[in-house]
Write a protein that binds this ligand. Structure first.
Ligand SMILES: [Zn+2]
Length: 112
């Protein structure tokens, strides 16, 4: 995983780091390159943005073709949505945030 020089990765949540690892693994497997994070807890975002609480990050997709970006978005969404992540195709980047709803699978299940 790479990050732009001005990106702050301090105090990201464990869920956010998990999603970074998943995105990086897919990106490496498909394109042979790590992701480049373009924003995490830095920058200017909407009020209430999950970026401010360390629960969101963006990574670069402007170097991908449209079909490549859409395919990666679909793949990541299929993997991460069930764990409570929103995966948004923002054209120049993909935004991923942890925003679990009532139907999200729990991170820890009691197994007997
Ligand atoms: Zn974002």
């Amino acid at each position: 995983m790479n990050a732009k020089h001005n990106v702050s990765l301090l105090n990201l949540t464990p869920q956010c780091w998990y999603a970074i690892a998943v995105a990086d693994n897919y990106h490496r497997a498909i394109f042979g390159q790590p992701i480049t994070i373009t924003s995490a807890r830095d920058g200017h975002h909407m009020n209430q943005s999950k970026h401010y609480s360390g629960e969101a990050f963006d990574f670069r997709t402007r170097d991908l073709t449209t079909p490549q970006r859409q395919s990666l978005h679909t793949t990541l969404k299929a993997d991460l949505a069930q764990l409570g992540f929103d995966v948004l195709d923002e054209i120049t980047h993909i935004h991923i945030e942890y925003d679990p709803g009532p139907n999200s699978a729990p991170w820890v299940e009691n197994v007997s």
